[in-house]
Design a protein around this ligand. Sequence first.
Ligand code: FES
Length: 253
Amino acid sequence: DKFHEESIIIKQEQIANGIYSMWLKTEQIASDVRPGQFISIYCNEGSRMLPRPISICETDKENNALRVVYRVAGKGTEEFSKYKSGNTLRIMGPLGNGFPISKKKALLIGGGIGIPPMLELAKELDCEKQIVAGYKDEIFLQEELKLNGKFYVATEDGSVGTRGNVMDAIKANGIKAEVIYACGPTPMLRAVKAFAIENEIEAWVSLEEKMACGIGACLACVCKSKDKDEHTNVKNKRICKDGPVFLAGEVEF
Ligand code: FES
């Protein structure tokens, strides 16, 4: 079920250059969230009609609150970043399918603004967890992630952890797993897919980078899948409606 709500901002802060963390008090949405799902946030300024899809970073189910960590990437997210506690935002959610939970030894991989959804996933997985986060330079969510699994970092400039990307950190540390969950930029997800195929590991990827409207209205998010429909050879999937999480081998991206 998805809900439309007027949510109240509990707290907002900048946690890295251009990256904001916002806790929202909801009526129902937070208590319904599965890891890997997202919400759509509407702008209060009337000229911007389409909501912005933003992944859920963590929830506080007892207090029906949820946290989003997002990058200011345009006018909509810039507007959100200016709000303070007590301001309200119209939101819709929870949206998308989310990650399937299992007990297998897990490797969680987040790149850049794909790191936030890994926190709720790590909190909800009850198994052996290894988390690899890849940053450009500035680190965020490190403390929270460390509490929820064995934590590894890669930075492009090598200032923290392994110099390079998440795959370099995985190789440098000899990390092994039975299931991979990943969210991040498309080139990173392609590398994860290749690694998973080569090592025959089940891998779930969140293709949220390719989303635009998040509500099935713009069709900017379509990707090819391995499913065939009756008439044509390929069946397209809308990332925002059918995903954003897919088995890596099932979709082309
Ligand atoms: Fe617009 Fe999926 S993001 S249709």
